[in-house]
Design a protein around this ligand. Structure first.
Ligand code: AHR
Length: 502
């Protein structure tokens, strides 16, 4: 295959927030994960130092919190101040100690140097409660909530810019689900009150690639929104933890950006595409495993609905399939950089996350290295490129349907503030290497390849196992038209003329 890169034509500059993350009060993400005061690895605030260090290395730009489904019965006032009592989390049917709340979350974001992104309770919550939360975080000192923040030891406002109204309130599984009409009205009143508290905030609201729901939402309150939130998980393992194998996962790469294209079309049709950006604020190849909760009939014994969640933690499940799929997703979000301004990997920690914690330390799963490669080795300007003689392959998806997909996925970038070019080259082929000729006459300098490929397509990392990591290979001087052999099941970034890494 030949890849032609048009150095002079930039598609746009990607927003670093497309490499964002999400953490929810679910299983071991917060409690016993990131926040573990009893751990010798925790800092004075109870936050795991090793986890924060790993998060800093991939420069987490924005971190969505506290949920997900959790937030739709969560009342923020229960977890601020000194007099906190545990509450029963009706979404995940466990007790929440409320020891990790808004102030601890902001402390975490400041230590990471990332933007907070708070998702509000639009399930059992009210529009007023959402705006009170903005008061607590963003008002200097006026009113009871800013005063409470100051009493709680935080004189300066938390200055939270990004807010999302609700989570998946379109779904039967969500506490306080709404009809499209109800949703449009609630979001409008909530947005009005939140922006009356702080007009400088940026607001999103839960949407999905469903015309009726989105038209209702945008007709009611397009004028108030700056973002629209969409979610997607491809390999559904919620009720049964039967994971798709490598080839089946590759079938999902065929239409990884269908939701973005659908929402883009609707925003354009409603003449809102210059005002509202897409926040893909929950995505992962695999859905989380939590049987007997998102069901009409609820599990009776904890063994039916809490214990099975431990399965998410088994590291053998996170292979090169997750890495290759995630790279294809991030390539697509880069290509849609004109309208996708944020994407949040769900979650960052434990469950299906890219970092796994255990009592003595952490494991960096295959997807972690993809974020390291994309955040630290790719440029921020997306260049126009096209493939000549793109090889294709046919795979069977999880339903046994045949899917014809491109074998390679290439993204060309350069930097706004330094010399050099960086090409992401993904080979989805489970067995074969593929030759790629790079056609970019403007490029020069040294050529270096950074690759993630594992020992095989099912390679994974674990406490005593490190099979998936970034390898560096010097190639020599870049030559226009040079041909490179791209390894099977691999994610690569080719540098040409890059003199300094970030
Ligand atoms: O499975 C986890 C859940 O997935 C999140 O809480 C929710 O937002 C999505 O449905």
């Amino acid at each position: 295959m030949k890849i032609h890169i048009n150095h002079a034509r930039a598609i746009g500059q990607r927003d670093i927030k497309i490499y964002g993350h999400f953490i929810e009060h679910f299983h071991r993400q917060v409690y016993g994960g990131l926040y573990d005061p009893a751990s010798p690895l925790a800092d004075e605030s109870g936050l795991r130092r090793d986890v924060m260090e790993a998060m800093r290395k991939i420069k987490v730009p924005v971190l969505r919190w506290p949920g997900g489904c959790f937030v739709s019965s969560y009342h923020w006032q229960d977890s601020v101040g000194s007099a906190r009592v545990p509450t029963f989390d009706k979404a995940w049917r466990v007790e929440d100690p409320n020891s990790f709340g808004t102030d601890e979350y902001i402390d975490l974001c400041r230590k990471l140097g990332c933007e907070p992104y708070i998702c509000t309770n639009a399930g059992t919550g009210t529009a007023e409660e959402m705006s009170d939360w903005v008061e607590y975080c963003n008002l200097e000192h006026e009113g009871r909530y800013a005063r409470r923040r100051i009493e709680n030891g935080h004189p300066a406002p938390h200055a939270v810019k990004y807010w999302s109204i609700g989570n998946e309130n379109y779904g039967f599984w969500e506490i306080g689900a709404k009809s499209a009409e109800e949703w449009g009205r609630l979001v409008k009143e909530a947005a009005k009150m939140m922006k009356h508290v702080d007009p400088s905030i940026e607001l999103s609201a839960a949407a999905l690639s469903d015309v009726n729901w989105n038209v209702n939402l945008l007709e009611h309150c397009g004028e108030f929104l700056d973002w629209i939130s969409i979610h997607e998980y491809w390999d559904m393992t919620t009720q049964v933890n039967d994971l798709a194998d490598y080839e089946q996962c590759m079938a999902y790469t065929g239409a990884v950006d269908h939701a973005v294209r659908e929402v883009r079309g609707l925003l354009a049709a409603m003449r809102l595409d210059r005002k509202i950006k897409i926040a893909f604020d929950e995505w992962n190849l695999r859905s989380w495993h939590h049987p007997n909760v998102h069901t009409i009939k609820q599990g009776i014994d904890k063994a039916d609905y809490v214990k099975p969640r431990d399965k998410n933690d088994e590291n053998w499940q996170y292979t090169m399939a997750d890495a290759v799929f995630s790279a294809c997703f991030l390539n697509a979000m880069n290509r849609h950089c004109d309208i996708v301004g944020m994407a949040n990997f769900a979650p960052i920690l434990n469950t299906r996350g890219c970092i796994y914690t255990h009592a003595q330390g952490i494991v960096l799963r295959s997807t972690y290295h993809v974020f390291d490669l994309y955040v630290n080795y790719l440029g921020d300007v997306v260049l126009d490129s096209w493939g000549e003689d793109m090889p294709g392959m046919s795979v069977l998806d999880k339903k046994g349907q045949e899917a014809a997909i491109d074998t390679l996925d290439v993204l060309a970038t350069r930097w706004t503030d330094r010399p050099g070019w960086a090409l992401a080259i993904v080979n989805k082929d489970p067995e074969k290497a593929h030759d790629v000729s790079i056609c970019m006459p403007e490029a020069d300098g040294d050529a270096v390849m950074y690759s993630i490929r594992g020992l095989g397509k099912d390679s994974y990392n674990d406490i005593d196992r490190n099979e998936v990591f970034i390898e560096r290979n010097t190639i020599g001087r870049y030559r226009d038209g040079m041909t490179l052999s791209i390894a099977p099941h691999s994610v690569n970034v080719l540098h040409a003329g890059v003199t300094e890494l970030i």
